[in-house]
Design a protein around this ligand. Structure first.
Ligand code: HEM
Length: 499
């Protein structure tokens, strides 16, 4: 190469570097602190869709910038505001929700049905489309409707306990994360797809095998995701698939079940409730909003949103109870008393079991499955209590893990203290410092269902088994697709409880 060419390359490199530095001065020019950024990449390599330990990075920065209540990062050149002041959170998630109705936007529509399916999910909808779909789906998750699924959940929890006890009798310890995963899969398959897949018993059952394809994390999967984040238009142009081919299997299952429901085979599950919502004579709009693919998409979404999260909650809470035997014994006493009073585990009794609820809430505080919360600004707003103006598309993140572990919010934050969540103490909790299901109109639509499911499974397990941590087992955490889970399972020994 000649000198001129070298000079040209050097000039382009310097100009690119200057441009990148200018883009990365967005936060400093607004008086918001920001950790050192890499040229071009910014903090992209540490962002929550890319790095599995990003909550550790966010937590370090949280502690570093604790007193400023916020800091800024860059996903490449895109500014992201990370904040945790409860007053500001209240504005974003509730008071000024109209300005923050959306999450990060992904345009996955490659023109293929597999990706159209993703775009029809409630989580992917934005603005007015999200609002009308959420309004139609919300009645599906009321206490009364969830109660109709209680017997289905109890059946699956009985199978979980039976299977785990049998495994425990034959082995010194059991991977309960695996078993809770299969329980969670069977429950969602039953409640959202109307099929009995018995993955606990039949490890090679077709349904779990196909579903696993969505949750397997591989290097190529990561690279594909990163490339998609960097060049979504190119993916669209070449109609590259993002969902595995197994998506077609799931679409087919729901379509067949829907056809069977038309013939009158009702079970009171999510699918029935969505079909009922579609045919609601009081809402003429619902048929248009809940088309066939949209209903299929919600069933698949329930699987994505509910499978890993519920399994992780159960895994973490059983681990914490195994580690804290005194709390385990207290909880078992409450459950035994409940059964003595009600004759069995009933819906009402389980919903009134205060220590059971407190143990799950405390587990969700220590290990929130969704460790980072996000909103995208949809209408320009001056952020209350600050001089910052956010524009449409600007991203805001709440580092939930850090908020849940902050000693200013939680005395002795690393200790498992369920009493914090007992009715007599709940009033001491600072609002907007505990939000494992998110907050406001866009919170987890299935929170009541998820808690009911976890309560039934944990109660049934504890009534039969004394939980102990397997010798040498150490919990390690992993964050995959923004969800926190135990990396190497949860190894417990289960000893039968004397009845
Ligand atoms: C322990 C279990 C669960 C946890 C911790 C959890 C947590 C969350 C969180 C943190 C969000 C985001 C909320 C926000 O942005 O404010 C969310 C949204 C959502 N969750 Fe859950 N979830 C759980 C179980 C479930 C289950 C079982 C289902 C379905 C059956 C489900 C369906 C959804 C849906 C559809 C959304 C999106 C709501 C919307 O965009 O309007 N979740 N969940």
């Amino acid at each position: 190469m000649g000198v001129e060419t070298w000079l040209l390359v050097a000039t382009v490199a310097v100009l690119a570097w200057l441009y990148s530095s200018w883009r990365h001065s967005y936060w400093s020019s607004r008086g918001v602190p920001s950790p050192p950024a890499l040229p071009f990449l910014g903090h992209f390599h540490k962002s929550f869709l890319v790095d599995r330990t990003c909550w550790i990075f966010l937590n370090e920065m949280y502690n570093k910038f604790r007193d400023s209540s916020m800091f800024g990062t860059y996903e490449l050149w895109r500014p992201v505001l990370v904040l945790w002041d409860p007053e500001v959170i209240k504005h974003i998630f509730i008071k000024d929700f109209d300005h923050f109705t959306d999450r990060r936007k992904f345009d996955l529509n490659t023109g293929n049905e597999r990706e159209k399916l993703s775009m029809e999910m409630l989580t992917m909808k934005n603005g007015a489309e999200w609002k009308s779909l959420r309004a139609i789906m919300t009645p599906t998750f009321t206490s009364g409707k969830i109660k109709s699924m209680f017997p289905l959940v109890c059946d699956k929890a009985d199978a979980l306990v039976k299977f785990s006890m049998k495994e425990a009798a034959e082995n010194s310890h059991v991977d309960m994360k695996n078993n809770f995963g299969r329980f969670s899969m069977d429950t969602i398959a039953s409640c959202a797809f109307g099929i009995e897949c018995n993955s606990l018993i039949d490890k090679n059952a077709e349904f779990p095998r196909k579903v696993e394809a969505f949750f397997i994390t591989s290097l190529t999967g990561y690279i594909k995701m990163m490339l998609f984040l960097l060049m979504p238009k190119l993916f669209k142009f070449f109609r590259v698939h993002l969902n595995p081919s197994e998506a077609e299997f799931l679409i087919d299952v729901v379509r067949k079940t829907m056809a069977a429901r038309k013939a009158g085979n009702k079970r009171g599950d999510f699918l029935d409730l969505l079909l009922e919502a579609r045919d609601d004579p009081n809402n003429p709009n619902s048929k248009q909003v809940l088309g066939e693919l949209t209903i299929v998409a919600q069933s698949v979404l329930f699987l994505f949103a509910g499978y890993e999260t519920t399994a992780s909650l159960l895994a973490f809470s059983s681990f914490l109870l195994a580690k804290n035997k005194d709390q385990q014994h207290r909880l078992r006493d409450e459950l035994q008393q409940m059964v003595a009073e009600h004759g069995d585990i009933t819906y009402q009794a389980i919903m009134e079991a205060t220590l059971l609820d407190a143990c799950l809430q405390e587990s969700l505080r220590l290990y929130p499955p969704g460790a980072i919360m996000e909103r995208s600004c949809s209408k320009t707003i001056k952020l209350p209590g600050t001089d910052l103006t956010l524009k449409p598309g600007d991203l805001v993140q709440v580092p939930l893990w850090s908020l849940h572990h902050d000693p200013r919010n939680w005395p002795d934050p690393e200790a498992f203290i369920p009493d914090r969540f007992l009715p007599e103490n709940k009033g001491n909790i600072r609002p907007f410092t505990h939000m494992p299901f998110g907050m406001g109109p866009r919170n987890c639509i299935a929170m009541r269902f998820a808690l009911m499911e976890a309560k039934v499974a944990l109660a049934k397990l504890l009534l039969k088994a004394e939980l102990e941590v397997a010798p040498g087992f150490k919990l390690t955490l992993d964050l995959v697709n923004g969800l926190m889970r135990p990396k190497d399972g949860i190894m417990l020994s289960l000893k039968p409880v004397k009845e």
